[in-house]
Ligand binder design. Structure first.
Ligand code: SAH
Length: 360
Protein backbone atom coordinates (compact mmCIF):
# COMPACT_ATOMS: atom_id res chain seq x y z
CA UNK A 1 0.00 0.00 0.00
CA UNK A 2 1.38 3.41 -0.89
CA UNK A 3 0.49 6.72 0.69
CA UNK A 4 -0.35 10.15 -0.61
CA UNK A 5 -1.94 13.33 0.64
CA UNK A 6 -5.62 13.76 -0.25
CA UNK A 7 -7.05 17.19 -0.92
CA UNK A 8 -9.70 18.42 1.50
CA UNK A 9 -12.44 17.99 -1.08
CA UNK A 10 -11.30 14.43 -1.82
CA UNK A 11 -11.43 13.69 1.94
CA UNK A 12 -14.90 15.19 2.20
CA UNK A 13 -16.03 13.26 -0.86
CA UNK A 14 -14.83 9.98 0.58
CA UNK A 15 -16.33 10.73 4.00
CA UNK A 16 -19.70 11.46 2.47
CA UNK A 17 -19.42 8.27 0.39
CA UNK A 18 -18.87 6.30 3.57
CA UNK A 19 -21.68 8.19 5.32
CA UNK A 20 -23.95 7.23 2.43
CA UNK A 21 -22.86 3.59 2.79
CA UNK A 22 -23.55 3.82 6.52
CA UNK A 23 -27.02 5.21 5.85
CA UNK A 24 -27.85 2.18 3.69
CA UNK A 25 -26.67 -0.29 6.33
CA UNK A 26 -28.43 1.65 9.06
CA UNK A 27 -31.74 1.37 7.17
CA UNK A 28 -31.18 -2.24 6.19
CA UNK A 29 -30.31 -3.29 9.71
CA UNK A 30 -33.46 -1.70 11.16
CA UNK A 31 -34.97 -5.18 10.81
CA UNK A 32 -32.14 -6.69 12.92
CA UNK A 33 -32.81 -4.06 15.57
CA UNK A 34 -36.48 -5.11 15.59
CA UNK A 35 -35.55 -8.78 15.78
CA UNK A 36 -33.15 -8.13 18.66
CA UNK A 37 -36.01 -6.40 20.44
CA UNK A 38 -38.31 -9.31 19.61
CA UNK A 39 -35.85 -11.77 21.14
CA UNK A 40 -35.74 -9.61 24.29
CA UNK A 41 -39.53 -9.97 24.45
CA UNK A 42 -39.42 -13.72 23.73
CA UNK A 43 -36.74 -14.26 26.39
CA UNK A 44 -38.41 -11.82 28.81
CA UNK A 45 -35.12 -10.07 29.46
CA UNK A 46 -36.82 -7.00 30.95
CA UNK A 47 -38.53 -9.24 33.54
CA UNK A 48 -35.13 -10.79 34.36
CA UNK A 49 -33.53 -7.37 34.94
CA UNK A 50 -36.60 -6.25 36.89
CA UNK A 51 -36.31 -9.36 39.08
CA UNK A 52 -32.92 -8.07 40.24
CA UNK A 53 -34.32 -4.65 41.15
CA UNK A 54 -33.81 -3.06 37.72
CA UNK A 55 -30.06 -3.73 37.39
CA UNK A 56 -28.53 -7.13 36.63
CA UNK A 57 -25.24 -8.67 35.49
CA UNK A 58 -25.09 -10.92 32.46
CA UNK A 59 -24.95 -14.00 34.72
CA UNK A 60 -28.05 -12.78 36.58
CA UNK A 61 -29.94 -12.14 33.33
CA UNK A 62 -28.84 -15.57 32.06
CA UNK A 63 -30.07 -17.24 35.24
CA UNK A 64 -33.60 -15.91 34.70
CA UNK A 65 -34.09 -16.40 30.97
CA UNK A 66 -34.44 -19.77 29.31
CA UNK A 67 -31.28 -20.27 27.28
CA UNK A 68 -28.62 -22.92 26.76
CA UNK A 69 -25.44 -22.07 28.73
CA UNK A 70 -23.41 -22.26 25.51
CA UNK A 71 -25.36 -19.18 24.33
CA UNK A 72 -24.30 -16.88 27.19
CA UNK A 73 -21.66 -15.15 24.99
CA UNK A 74 -24.41 -14.61 22.38
CA UNK A 75 -26.63 -13.11 25.07
CA UNK A 76 -23.86 -10.62 25.81
CA UNK A 77 -23.83 -9.65 22.13
CA UNK A 78 -27.63 -9.33 22.10
CA UNK A 79 -27.42 -7.10 25.19
CA UNK A 80 -24.91 -4.91 23.34
CA UNK A 81 -27.48 -4.35 20.56
CA UNK A 82 -30.22 -3.69 23.08
CA UNK A 83 -28.13 -1.15 24.97
CA UNK A 84 -26.95 0.59 21.78
CA UNK A 85 -30.60 0.90 20.75
CA UNK A 86 -31.69 2.27 24.15
CA UNK A 87 -33.87 -0.62 25.33
CA UNK A 88 -31.50 -1.21 28.24
CA UNK A 89 -28.69 0.90 29.69
CA UNK A 90 -25.32 -0.40 30.77
CA UNK A 91 -23.30 0.65 33.80
CA UNK A 92 -19.69 -0.38 34.32
CA UNK A 93 -18.22 -2.67 31.69
CA UNK A 94 -14.95 -0.72 31.43
CA UNK A 95 -11.70 -1.59 33.22
CA UNK A 96 -12.54 -5.30 33.55
CA UNK A 97 -15.75 -4.66 35.52
CA UNK A 98 -18.67 -6.84 34.63
CA UNK A 99 -21.33 -4.79 32.86
CA UNK A 100 -24.56 -4.22 34.77
CA UNK A 101 -27.64 -3.94 32.58
CA UNK A 102 -30.31 -1.52 33.72
CA UNK A 103 -33.90 -0.91 32.75
CA UNK A 104 -34.48 2.32 30.82
CA UNK A 105 -37.79 4.25 30.74
CA UNK A 106 -38.64 2.19 27.61
CA UNK A 107 -37.95 -1.26 29.08
CA UNK A 108 -39.69 -0.25 32.32
CA UNK A 109 -42.85 -0.27 30.18
CA UNK A 110 -42.28 -3.98 29.47
CA UNK A 111 -42.68 -5.08 33.09
CA UNK A 112 -45.41 -5.01 35.72
CA UNK A 113 -49.13 -4.56 35.17
CA UNK A 114 -50.31 -2.32 32.30
CA UNK A 115 -47.17 -3.24 30.36
CA UNK A 116 -46.69 -2.87 26.62
CA UNK A 117 -44.89 -6.21 26.06
CA UNK A 118 -48.04 -7.84 24.65
CA UNK A 119 -48.76 -5.18 22.03
CA UNK A 120 -45.10 -5.12 20.97
CA UNK A 121 -45.08 -8.95 20.70
CA UNK A 122 -48.25 -8.75 18.62
CA UNK A 123 -46.70 -6.26 16.18
CA UNK A 124 -43.58 -8.45 15.93
CA UNK A 125 -45.49 -11.74 15.52
CA UNK A 126 -44.57 -13.63 12.32
CA UNK A 127 -48.21 -13.49 11.14
CA UNK A 128 -47.91 -9.69 11.03
CA UNK A 129 -44.23 -9.42 10.05
CA UNK A 130 -44.03 -11.92 7.18
CA UNK A 131 -46.64 -10.08 5.00
CA UNK A 132 -44.28 -7.10 4.79
CA UNK A 133 -41.78 -9.18 2.84
CA UNK A 134 -44.34 -9.06 0.01
CA UNK A 135 -44.94 -5.29 -0.11
CA UNK A 136 -42.94 -4.89 -3.35
CA UNK A 137 -45.15 -7.46 -5.07
CA UNK A 138 -48.29 -5.89 -3.55
CA UNK A 139 -47.47 -2.52 -5.16
CA UNK A 140 -47.81 -4.08 -8.61
CA UNK A 141 -51.45 -5.06 -8.04
CA UNK A 142 -54.52 -2.85 -8.33
CA UNK A 143 -56.17 -1.61 -5.13
CA UNK A 144 -58.07 -2.60 -3.05
CA UNK A 145 -58.05 -6.38 -2.85
CA UNK A 146 -56.00 -8.14 -1.58
CA UNK A 147 -54.48 -6.04 1.17
CA UNK A 148 -50.91 -6.89 2.25
CA UNK A 149 -52.20 -9.18 5.01
CA UNK A 150 -54.58 -11.05 2.68
CA UNK A 151 -51.91 -11.38 0.00
CA UNK A 152 -49.81 -13.31 2.54
CA UNK A 153 -52.53 -15.27 4.35
CA UNK A 154 -55.34 -15.64 1.78
CA UNK A 155 -57.93 -14.01 4.05
CA UNK A 156 -58.44 -10.64 5.72
CA UNK A 157 -57.24 -10.05 9.26
CA UNK A 158 -60.81 -9.90 10.58
CA UNK A 159 -61.72 -13.14 8.75
CA UNK A 160 -58.75 -14.84 10.37
CA UNK A 161 -59.54 -13.55 13.88
CA UNK A 162 -63.02 -15.04 13.39
CA UNK A 163 -61.63 -18.46 12.38
CA UNK A 164 -58.46 -18.81 14.43
CA UNK A 165 -58.87 -18.43 18.22
CA UNK A 166 -55.10 -18.21 18.85
CA UNK A 167 -54.72 -15.40 16.30
CA UNK A 168 -57.83 -13.69 17.73
CA UNK A 169 -56.28 -13.84 21.21
CA UNK A 170 -53.01 -12.39 19.86
CA UNK A 171 -54.88 -9.35 18.46
CA UNK A 172 -57.30 -8.87 21.37
CA UNK A 173 -54.61 -9.20 24.05
CA UNK A 174 -52.37 -6.80 22.14
CA UNK A 175 -55.18 -4.25 22.07
CA UNK A 176 -55.86 -4.68 25.79
CA UNK A 177 -52.17 -4.04 26.51
CA UNK A 178 -52.13 -0.77 24.53
CA UNK A 179 -55.53 0.30 25.83
CA UNK A 180 -54.72 -0.07 29.53
CA UNK A 181 -51.54 1.92 29.08
CA UNK A 182 -52.88 4.81 27.04
CA UNK A 183 -56.29 5.04 28.74
CA UNK A 184 -54.74 5.25 32.21
CA UNK A 185 -52.89 8.27 30.82
CA UNK A 186 -56.00 9.71 29.13
CA UNK A 187 -58.24 9.54 32.23
CA UNK A 188 -55.46 10.87 34.48
CA UNK A 189 -54.31 13.74 32.27
CA UNK A 190 -57.31 14.50 30.03
CA UNK A 191 -60.36 13.45 32.02
CA UNK A 192 -62.19 16.58 30.79
CA UNK A 193 -62.98 14.64 27.62
CA UNK A 194 -65.43 12.45 29.61
CA UNK A 195 -66.93 15.11 31.94
CA UNK A 196 -70.65 15.69 31.53
CA UNK A 197 -71.21 12.49 29.57
CA UNK A 198 -73.97 10.21 30.88
CA UNK A 199 -73.29 7.25 28.61
CA UNK A 200 -70.53 6.16 26.26
CA UNK A 201 -70.24 3.33 23.77
CA UNK A 202 -66.80 2.15 22.71
CA UNK A 203 -67.35 1.02 19.13
CA UNK A 204 -65.07 -1.84 18.00
CA UNK A 205 -63.85 -1.77 21.58
CA UNK A 206 -62.36 -5.28 21.60
CA UNK A 207 -62.37 -6.96 25.01
CA UNK A 208 -63.36 -3.67 26.64
CA UNK A 209 -60.15 -2.53 28.35
CA UNK A 210 -60.77 1.08 27.29
CA UNK A 211 -64.34 1.10 28.61
CA UNK A 212 -63.25 -0.56 31.87
CA UNK A 213 -60.67 2.16 32.56
CA UNK A 214 -63.22 4.91 31.81
CA UNK A 215 -65.95 3.22 33.93
CA UNK A 216 -63.58 2.94 36.88
CA UNK A 217 -62.38 6.55 36.65
CA UNK A 218 -65.85 7.98 35.95
CA UNK A 219 -68.46 5.75 37.67
CA UNK A 220 -71.20 8.20 36.62
CA UNK A 221 -70.61 7.35 32.94
CA UNK A 222 -72.54 4.26 31.81
CA UNK A 223 -70.06 2.45 29.56
CA UNK A 224 -70.72 -0.18 26.92
CA UNK A 225 -68.61 -1.90 24.29
CA UNK A 226 -69.69 -2.97 20.84
CA UNK A 227 -67.64 -5.43 18.80
CA UNK A 228 -68.10 -8.43 16.53
CA UNK A 229 -69.88 -11.43 18.08
CA UNK A 230 -66.78 -13.63 18.32
CA UNK A 231 -64.90 -10.90 20.24
CA UNK A 232 -67.76 -10.06 22.61
CA UNK A 233 -68.13 -13.80 23.32
CA UNK A 234 -64.67 -13.71 24.94
CA UNK A 235 -65.28 -10.55 26.97
CA UNK A 236 -64.53 -10.80 30.68
CA UNK A 237 -67.44 -11.10 33.11
CA UNK A 238 -67.93 -9.20 36.36
CA UNK A 239 -67.16 -5.72 35.00
CA UNK A 240 -69.21 -2.50 35.08
CA UNK A 241 -69.28 -2.57 31.32
CA UNK A 242 -72.09 -3.84 29.10
CA UNK A 243 -71.05 -5.81 25.99
CA UNK A 244 -73.06 -5.65 22.79
CA UNK A 245 -72.41 -7.83 19.73
CA UNK A 246 -72.86 -5.94 16.49
CA UNK A 247 -71.49 -4.66 13.20
CA UNK A 248 -70.53 -0.98 13.12
CA UNK A 249 -71.27 -0.89 9.38
CA UNK A 250 -74.91 -1.75 10.21
CA UNK A 251 -75.57 0.40 13.30
CA UNK A 252 -74.13 1.75 16.53
CA UNK A 253 -75.97 1.57 19.89
CA UNK A 254 -77.23 4.94 21.20
CA UNK A 255 -75.16 6.87 23.76
CA UNK A 256 -74.15 10.46 24.61
CA UNK A 257 -70.70 9.81 23.21
CA UNK A 258 -69.13 7.26 20.89
CA UNK A 259 -65.47 6.33 21.29
CA UNK A 260 -63.38 4.94 18.44
CA UNK A 261 -59.85 4.00 19.44
CA UNK A 262 -57.57 2.54 16.81
CA UNK A 263 -60.57 1.73 14.64
CA UNK A 264 -60.84 4.28 11.82
CA UNK A 265 -57.16 3.89 10.89
CA UNK A 266 -58.00 0.30 9.86
CA UNK A 267 -60.37 1.50 7.13
CA UNK A 268 -60.45 3.49 3.90
CA UNK A 269 -62.30 6.80 3.61
CA UNK A 270 -65.59 5.37 2.31
CA UNK A 271 -65.77 2.85 5.16
CA UNK A 272 -64.88 5.53 7.73
CA UNK A 273 -67.71 7.71 6.41
CA UNK A 274 -70.15 4.78 6.82
CA UNK A 275 -68.99 4.09 10.39
CA UNK A 276 -69.10 7.78 11.32
CA UNK A 277 -72.58 8.25 9.85
CA UNK A 278 -73.78 5.40 12.07
CA UNK A 279 -72.05 7.04 15.05
CA UNK A 280 -73.80 10.33 14.26
CA UNK A 281 -77.19 8.58 14.31
CA UNK A 282 -76.34 7.12 17.74
CA UNK A 283 -75.55 10.39 19.56
CA UNK A 284 -77.58 13.48 20.57
CA UNK A 285 -77.21 16.86 18.81
CA UNK A 286 -74.11 18.99 19.47
CA UNK A 287 -76.04 21.36 21.77
CA UNK A 288 -77.11 18.38 23.85
CA UNK A 289 -73.52 17.22 24.30
CA UNK A 290 -73.30 14.59 21.56
CA UNK A 291 -69.79 13.86 20.32
CA UNK A 292 -67.51 11.23 18.83
CA UNK A 293 -64.15 10.77 20.56
CA UNK A 294 -61.41 9.35 18.32
CA UNK A 295 -58.02 8.14 19.52
CA UNK A 296 -55.72 7.71 16.54
CA UNK A 297 -52.75 9.29 14.80
CA UNK A 298 -53.08 12.70 13.19
CA UNK A 299 -50.03 12.72 10.95
CA UNK A 300 -48.06 15.93 11.52
CA UNK A 301 -49.75 16.73 14.86
CA UNK A 302 -47.94 16.52 18.18
CA UNK A 303 -44.22 16.89 18.83
CA UNK A 304 -42.29 17.54 15.63
CA UNK A 305 -39.02 15.79 16.42
CA UNK A 306 -37.63 13.14 14.10
CA UNK A 307 -38.73 10.16 16.24
CA UNK A 308 -42.38 11.25 16.40
CA UNK A 309 -42.46 11.99 12.67
CA UNK A 310 -40.82 8.66 11.89
CA UNK A 311 -43.18 6.61 14.08
CA UNK A 312 -46.21 8.29 12.49
CA UNK A 313 -44.92 7.60 8.96
CA UNK A 314 -43.99 4.01 9.88
CA UNK A 315 -47.38 3.42 11.47
CA UNK A 316 -49.02 4.58 8.26
CA UNK A 317 -46.98 2.03 6.30
CA UNK A 318 -47.75 -0.59 8.95
CA UNK A 319 -51.50 -0.07 8.76
CA UNK A 320 -51.33 -0.50 4.96
CA UNK A 321 -51.25 -4.14 6.05
CA UNK A 322 -55.07 -4.05 6.24
CA UNK A 323 -55.55 -1.25 3.65
CA UNK A 324 -55.81 1.22 6.54
CA UNK A 325 -54.55 4.83 6.56
CA UNK A 326 -53.00 7.16 9.13
CA UNK A 327 -54.51 10.53 8.20
CA UNK A 328 -53.26 14.09 8.44
CA UNK A 329 -55.65 16.84 9.56
CA UNK A 330 -56.95 17.58 6.06
CA UNK A 331 -57.65 13.89 5.42
CA UNK A 332 -59.54 13.57 8.71
CA UNK A 333 -61.49 16.78 7.99
CA UNK A 334 -62.62 15.47 4.61
CA UNK A 335 -63.99 12.29 6.21
CA UNK A 336 -65.75 14.22 9.02
CA UNK A 337 -67.42 16.61 6.57
CA UNK A 338 -68.54 13.79 4.28
CA UNK A 339 -70.08 12.00 7.27
CA UNK A 340 -72.10 15.17 8.04
CA UNK A 341 -70.28 16.47 11.14
CA UNK A 342 -70.12 20.21 11.86
CA UNK A 343 -66.76 20.55 13.57
CA UNK A 344 -63.83 18.88 15.28
CA UNK A 345 -61.06 19.55 17.79
CA UNK A 346 -57.66 17.83 17.61
CA UNK A 347 -55.81 17.42 20.92
CA UNK A 348 -52.28 16.22 20.11
CA UNK A 349 -51.65 15.13 23.69
CA UNK A 350 -50.85 11.40 23.44
CA UNK A 351 -47.33 11.46 22.02
CA UNK A 352 -47.52 10.25 18.45
CA UNK A 353 -51.32 9.88 18.74
CA UNK A 354 -54.05 12.45 19.30
CA UNK A 355 -57.51 12.68 20.81
CA UNK A 356 -60.00 14.10 18.31
CA UNK A 357 -63.46 15.25 19.34
CA UNK A 358 -65.94 15.38 16.46
CA UNK A 359 -69.22 17.26 16.84
CA UNK A 360 -72.52 16.51 15.05
N1 SAH B 1 -60.70 -0.25 20.02
C1 SAH B 1 -59.96 -1.38 20.51
C2 SAH B 1 -59.72 -2.46 19.46
C3 SAH B 1 -59.09 -1.96 18.18
S1 SAH B 1 -58.75 -3.29 17.01
C4 SAH B 1 -58.65 -0.91 21.12
O1 SAH B 1 -58.10 0.09 20.71
O2 SAH B 1 -58.15 -1.60 22.01
C5 SAH B 1 -60.12 -3.12 15.94
C6 SAH B 1 -61.37 -3.77 16.43
O3 SAH B 1 -62.35 -3.63 15.41
C7 SAH B 1 -61.29 -5.28 16.70
O4 SAH B 1 -61.65 -5.55 18.03
C8 SAH B 1 -62.28 -5.88 15.72
O5 SAH B 1 -62.93 -7.04 16.18
C9 SAH B 1 -63.24 -4.73 15.52
N2 SAH B 1 -64.06 -4.80 14.32
C10 SAH B 1 -63.68 -5.12 13.06
N3 SAH B 1 -64.72 -5.06 12.22
C11 SAH B 1 -65.80 -4.69 12.96
C12 SAH B 1 -67.18 -4.45 12.66
N4 SAH B 1 -67.62 -4.57 11.40
N5 SAH B 1 -68.01 -4.06 13.66
C13 SAH B 1 -67.54 -3.93 14.93
N6 SAH B 1 -66.24 -4.14 15.27
C14 SAH B 1 -65.39 -4.51 14.30
Amino acid sequence: MGSMELTESQCNGQASLLDAQLELYWNTFAVIKSMAFKSALDLRIADAVHHYGGAATLAEVASKVTLHPSKIPCLRRLMRVLTVSGVFAVAGGGGGDEPVYELTPASRLLVGSANLATIMSMILHPMLVVPFLGVGEWFRRELPDPCIFKQAHGQSLWELTDRDPAFDALINDGMVSDSRFIMDFVVREHGEVFRGIGSLVDVAGGLGAVAQVIAKAFPEVKCSVMDLGHVVAKAPGGTDVEYIAGDMFESVPPADAVLLKWVLHDWGDDECVKILKNCKKAIPRRDDGGKVIIIDIVVGAGPSDQKHREVQALFDMYIMLVNGIERDEQEWKKVFIEAGFSGYKIMPVLGFRSIIEVYP
